[in-house]
Design a protein around this ligand. Structure first.
Ligand code: NAP
Length: 530
């Protein structure tokens, strides 16, 4: 990890909860700010009435505070206003949650697959029945436009539905025996208690993508959502209780990330850590898991190339690149981080792309028509600013945007930067913001080389009208996911995950189930006797 990456990462993480809420306070003089907070207040009132605005952790089926009553503030990133205080939990509460999950594991894992499937189906139905509430909650604490939040609810709930269906298909194997008096078979059994640590950028889907398959396989979970966005996790947990999922099967703790992480790592009762987040924290968890030899799944950072070839359909490429880059204001692990454009189409693409990006409306996620919400916090904006500054100082050209939005605070202008080179920070690391760097290239070989010249390997996008090239390039890309002529490719029915330092394991699809299963070989001997 480079010094700057470490610096920007720690800068984001080291903002204490209280300093974060202070630093985000909006200027009261702005009318727009006032309008935003009124909308948010209405949403908070509606959520309180629906019983989904939970502000305590969930341990053994009970809503609890931190043992020392410490709290952290959860803020609306669009306005800086405090939504609610939640408990700042640590080792003690995590150990309680682990004990509760461990106790619940015995009975949950003994249920039939059909019984577990029914619970999951009920949970899915409730998530969908509360789609509007959950979508509003996501926009409130994460900032993304409401339309995207509603999309996340459907996507996130999809993992629970898929897991409900797949629970019934966790088959073992019969192996042809090597000796006549033996019978050999393979059982698939749940791993045990799972610690699930998730980030703020998809407050629902990153949880359901782990918890759905874990529960389907018979595991129980301790979830640790990001302290920035714990409310959606708590609402989903509330709905799991309403679905009848027994106390202790789903637990949620939040607060001091390092303490919670350490407790999960140290416990011999936790048999698996599943993590989505930054590569830096993922490496720490992987090292920490060695102490008790836990299973580990890691969904880490990306540096997605989006390759536009001369033979691409320009409209398809522009639309796809915008979807891949600007979703969630550029704050997804699969966001196009580098747009590589072949020189024959470079000018045309740069013009059409910049024109389309200019039309992206920036504002509070609750405002109709807004396509770009705020970044998660001030530190995220500062990181984007530093990357853009680095590129300009090394000769890149700002084609559009390139500065904070006039709304101020956490809003940054959708930005296109031309003539970016591979040594610039924008090419080397995740910008995690609404900045599209364009890198010209000459040949297919050069594009593949540039695309693979990174330690990350999560998602890649290719725009071409050649079927031969799409096969060739897909095979050559060192990435876990490839989108051809499409900018949004994640779905619960397909495997999601990275290669190289983007992670270990897969989530979603039938492959995602394996992450929560142990394989047991059983040999029956003396089978020829009566
Ligand atoms: P992060 O800083 O690594 O945080 C992720 C989670 O880890 C949060 O819950 C965080 O808690 C927790 N955490 C932080 N330090 C920890 C520690 N020492 N022990 C245990 N847990 C710890 O990442 P982020 O900034 O929230 O998320 C953005 C990153 O996630 C990006 O790199 C993005 O690419 C990646 N991501 C990857 C995928 C994927 O599927 N590959 C999907 C989404 C995001 P607190 O927030 O409470 O501090």
């Amino acid at each position: 990890m480079s010094t700057l990456m470490r610096a920007t990462h720690s800068f984001t993480k080291l903002l204490s909860p209280s300093s974060r809420s202070l630093s985000l306070r909006p200027s009261a003089s702005l009318l727009t700010r006032h309008q935003m907070s009124t909308e948010a207040e209405n949403v908070i009132t509606r959520l309180k009435n629906s019983g989904l605005l939970r502000s305590q952790g969930l341990i053994a089926g009970k809503w609890v505070d931190a043992h020392d009553r410490k709290t952290i503030k959860v803020c609306n990133p669009a306005t800086g206003e405090v939504i609610v205080d939640v408990p700042c939990m640590g080792q003690k509460e995590t150990n309680d949650a682990i004990s509760s999950a461990y106790e619940a594991f015995y009975s949950w894992s003994k249920l039939t697959a059909t019984e577990r499937s029914k619970f999951l189906r009920k949970w899915y139905d409730l998530l969908i029945a509360h789609k509007e509430d959950l979508g509003q909650l996501i926009t409130l604490e994460q900032g993304k436009p409401l339309k995207e939040s509603l999309g996340e609810v459907s996507y996130g709930a999809g993992f629970i539905e898929f897991s409900a269906e797949e629970a019934k298909r966790i088959y073992g194997d019969i192996i042809p025996a090597t000796l006549p008096d033996r019978r050999l078979f393979v059982l698939k059994q749940p791993v045990g208690v799972v610690g699930a640590i998730t980030p703020w950028n998809f407050p629902l889907a990153m949880i359901t993508r782990k918890v759905g398959p874990a529960l389907a396989c018979g595991c129980t979970v301790v979830i640790k959502p990001s302290e920035l966005t714990p409310l959606t996790a708590l609402a989903a947990a509330e709905l799991s209780l309403q679905a009848g999922i027994p106390p202790g099967v789903v637990n949620v703790v939040m607060g001091n990330a390092a303490d919670i992480g350490d407790a999960l790592l140290a416990s011999t009762q936790v048999r698996k850590i599943t993590f989505t987040g930054s590569t830096a924290v993922g490496k720490k968890l992987m090292a920490g898991a060695s102490g008790t030899v836990k299973r580990v799944s890691l969904e880490l950072g990306g540096n997605a190339p989006c390759i536009v070839f001369d033979d691409a359909d320009l409209d398809v490429a522009v639309k796809g690149a915008i979807a891949a880059k600007f979703r969630n204001s550029g704050q997804t692990c699969v966001c196009a981080n580098r747009v590589l454009v072949q020189e024959g189409i470079y000018e045309k693409f740069a013009n059409a792309f910049s024109k389309a990006v200019q039309n992206l409306q920036v504002g509070d996620g609750f405002t109709e028509g807004v396509a770009q919400g705020p970044l998660i916090n001030e530190a995220a904006v500062q990181k984007v600013e530093s990357f853009v500054k680095d590129a300009i100082s090394k000769g890149a050209k700002v084609l559009l945007g390139g500065k904070r939005h006039s709304l101020g605070m956490t809003f940054y202008e959708p930005t296109v930067i031309g003539d970016v080179k591979s040594e610039m920070l924008l090419s080397r690391e995740e910008v995690f913001g609404p900045v599209a760097p364009l890198l010209p290239f000459k040949t297919e070989e050069e594009a593949i080389h540039l695309a693979n010249d990174t330690n990350a390997g999560l998602a890649a996008y290719v725009f071409t009208n050649s079927i031969q090239r799409s096969w060739r390039v897909s095979e050559a890309l060192e990435y876990g996911l490839v989108g051809i002529n499409e900018g949004i490719i994640s779905t619960e029915v397909a495997p999601f995950g990275g290669v190289k330092q983007s992670g270990l394991g897969r989530e979603g699809s039938k492959y995602g189930m394996d992450e929560y299963l142990e394989i047991k070989y059983v040999c029956l001997g003396n089978m020829n006797s009566n």
